[in-house]
Design a binder for this molecule. Structure first.
Ligand SMILES: NC(=O)c1ccc[n+]([C@@H]2O[C@H](COP(=O)([O-])OP(=O)(O)OC[C@H]3O[C@@H](n4cnc5c(N)ncnc54)[C@H](O)[C@@H]3O)[C@@H](O)[C@H]2O)c1
Length: 327
């Protein structure tokens, strides 16, 4: 690890960030995690040092940047749950918008130019046309998506006045786990579809809450585009290379272009569980879109990125193995 060039990974103790740290280390970098551990896990920081700090603390960010002199930043730190953002928007503005403000300031003061940012398909809101292209109108329907859009806008505005290049990577539904079992998805509370189904299939949850059965889709449940976390972080490494080679700032969708209904995902997990999963049908959640499927051709073309692990079976199998190993 010594002598490797550093990449600052905010949120590196979280689900996506920890997988990114593993991939960065494999690519020869030193991933330096900056995380307050409010939602992440100390044990997930295995591929480089952990620097504890709040993403809103610009002075602390600046000190860490001066210490490690990172080549670039990957910014994963943030709050992520749509439902929580509806109930408590203030902490989302504070963390996701205030955090970006502090980060961009620290990057400007220390001369770090390149930034790969975790954005989301929630910036689009309800789909007016499918699959969603990057030039689809940006009309988020929940505070989470609004804060991510503001963070994107902030990067674009700062790039006018400071030496900054960014890639806003708009994730669709991230799922799956490291095939080696070294890290995986562990949100507390867990609200994501695949882990919740698996936890129910393993008997660690009484039942699975199915939100919305009256959407205008093939079986009435919402349609989502699932991307394996390993493919997702591969796109981050490629985006880092792209920026380091001087590529101009851009926004890219990260998905597969294939949509699955929630009921199809339930069936995929039931196949692993060897029997039916107890499902509790609930009403729609506020802020949930009916169908979100990516047009990811731009990422494929610009980054030469081709998801290799993102068929639904590989996604649920790697996640299943990870959850079994957690006991
Ligand atoms: N998981 C998905 O499906 C998904 C989809 C779209 C976008 N994203 C984005 O990807 C990023 C990572 O998501 P994740 O699923 O890994 O979430 P996560 O909760 O597992 O990781 C987020 C990390 O940020 C840290 N963090 C939170 N607030 C902080 C603060 N104030 N200061 C410092 N650190 C703080 C947490 O401790 C955690 O380790 C987020 O920005 C999220 O918006 C995720």
């Amino acid at each position: 690890m010594s002598g490797a060039e550093a990449i600052l990974v905010t949120g590196g103790a979280g689900y996506v960030g920890s997988h990114a740290c593993k991939s960065l280390a494999a690519a020869g970098y030193l991933p330096v995690t900056f995380d307050d551990l409010s939602r992440g896990h100390k044990e997930a920081v295995r591929w480089g040092p952990l620097e504890r700090g709040d993403i809103g603390d610009g002075a602390r960010l600046e000190a860490v940047m001066k210490q490690y002199n990172p080549l670039a930043v990957m910014h994963f730190a943030g709050l992520i749950e749509v439902g929580e953002s509806v109930v408590n928007p203030a902490i989302f503005y504070e963390t996701n918008v205030g955090g970006m403000l502090a980060l961009l300031g620290a990057m400007g003061r220390t001369g770090v130019r390149d930034l790969v940012f975790s954005s989301t398909c929630a910036v689009y809101g309800a789909a007016q046309s499918l699959p969603l292209r990057e030039d689809h109108p940006l009309l988020p329907i929940n505070p989470y998506g609004a804060t991510k859009l503001m963070a994107e806008r902030m990067m674009a505005d700062f790039a006018l006045g400071q030496d900054l290049q960014f890639a806003a990577l708009r994730y669709f539904n991230v799922a799956g786990a490291d095939p080696d079992g070294e890290t995986g998805e562990a949100h507390h509370p867990e609200t994501h579809l695949v882990p919740n189904l698996i936890l129910t299939g393993l008997g660690r949850r009484e039942s699975f809450d199915l939100f919305g059965t009256d959407f205008a889709t093939a079986d009435g449940t919402a349609v989502r585009d699932f991307i394996h976390v390993v493919d997702l972080v591969d796109a981050h490494i490629r985006a880092l290379d792209y920026l380091r080679e001087g590529g101009p700032s851009l926004a890219l969708n990260l998905g597969t272009g294939a949509g699955f209904t929630v009921r199809q995902v339930i069936s995929a997990v039931e196949a692993l569980a060897g029997g039916p999963i107890k499902v509790k049908e609930c009403g729609r959640r506020p802020g949930d879109a009916e169908e979100l499927v990516a047009d990811a051709q731009k990422a494929q073309a610009v980054l030469d990125w081709h998801p290799a692990m993102s068929d639904l079976k590989a996604i649920v199998e790697t996640a299943w193995r990870w959850h079994i190993a957690q006991g």
